[in-house]
Design a protein around this ligand. Structure first.
Ligand code: PGA
Length: 247
């Protein structure tokens, strides 16, 4: 059985004080949840959150660079994230791909470095609206999954979480329906099965993301292939995020 994982992606929201206030409350409210709970906060809040000595909530970052150290102005390394108490890191989010022009090759280097540093990557994949309309959804997500996971070893694959986020559903209020998302996620799992064998593929957790809210979480969590959610907007308020975690 795969343990469900619900992660909040705060994006560029909350200063340190706001972050601490919310995560302190969240940690109490979800203390007895059987679900793995992760908050991916901006870099600036991570050490303060780690210093809270959280019980249930785990910490993640939203990006990192693949080099160990050096002249990379503005970048953060995997070991720096480890050092401030991160267990997870989101990689290849569509906003990184679109706004910051990250491609599969770069994202793959980050995935490999994260794993080497003992961080668990949340690898995001997903199609644009134009690709969906052209019937290319599966081709796109299969390619992103294959390229993102190139060079990952069989011992490492269980640590990877994949997030299927159709780009047209992010922050738009539009969601994929449960059946559609389940079908795409099944094809991601098949792809992992081809690369690593079906036994290992059954252990990898695959989330749905894109306008997940308390009112639609059950539709997704009721699907056999969906193991959790990556939540943007609705992870910013305690009530909403607790409502999702307690689906
Ligand atoms: P959303 O964002 O829940 O606000 O649609 C999801 C994401 O970008 O991870």
């Amino acid at each position: 059985m795969r343990t469900p994982i619900i992660a909040g992606n705060w994006k560029m929201h909350k200063n340190v004080g706001e972050a601490v206030e919310m995560v302190r409350m969240l940690d109490e409210r979800v203390a007895d949840s059987p679900v793995e709970v992760v908050i991916c906060a901006p870099f600036t809040s991570l050490s303060a959150l780690s210093a809270l000595g959280l019980g249930k909530v785990k910490l993640g970052a939203q990006n990192m660079f693949y080099a160990d150290q050096g002249a990379y102005t503005g970048e953060i390394s995997a070991s720096m994230l480890e050092d401030v108490g991160c267990e997870y890191v989101i990689l290849g989010h569509s906003e990184r791909r679109e706004i910051f022009k990250e491609d599969d090759e770069l994202i793959n280097k980050k995935v490999l470095k994260a794993l080497e540093a003992n961080l668990k990557p949340i690898l995001c994949v997903g199609e644009t609206l134009a690709q969906r309309k052209a019937g290319e959804t599966e081709t796109v997500v299969v390619a992103q999954t294959t390229q993102g996971l190139a060079g990952v070893s069989a011992d490492q694959i269980e640590k990877v979480v994949v997030a299927y986020e159709p780009i047209w559903a992010i922050g738009t209020g539009e969601t994929s329906n449960g059946d559609d998302a389940n079908q795409v996620i099944a094809s991601i799992r098949q792809t992992i099965g081809k690369l690593f064998g079906s036994e290992l593929a059954e252990k990898v957790r695959i989330q749905y993301g894109g306008s997940v809210k308390p009112s639609n979480i059950n539709e997704f969590m009721g699907q056999p292939e969906i193991d959790g959610a990556l939540v943007g907007g609705a992870s910013l308020k305690v009530e909403d995020f607790v409502g999702i975690i307690k689906y």
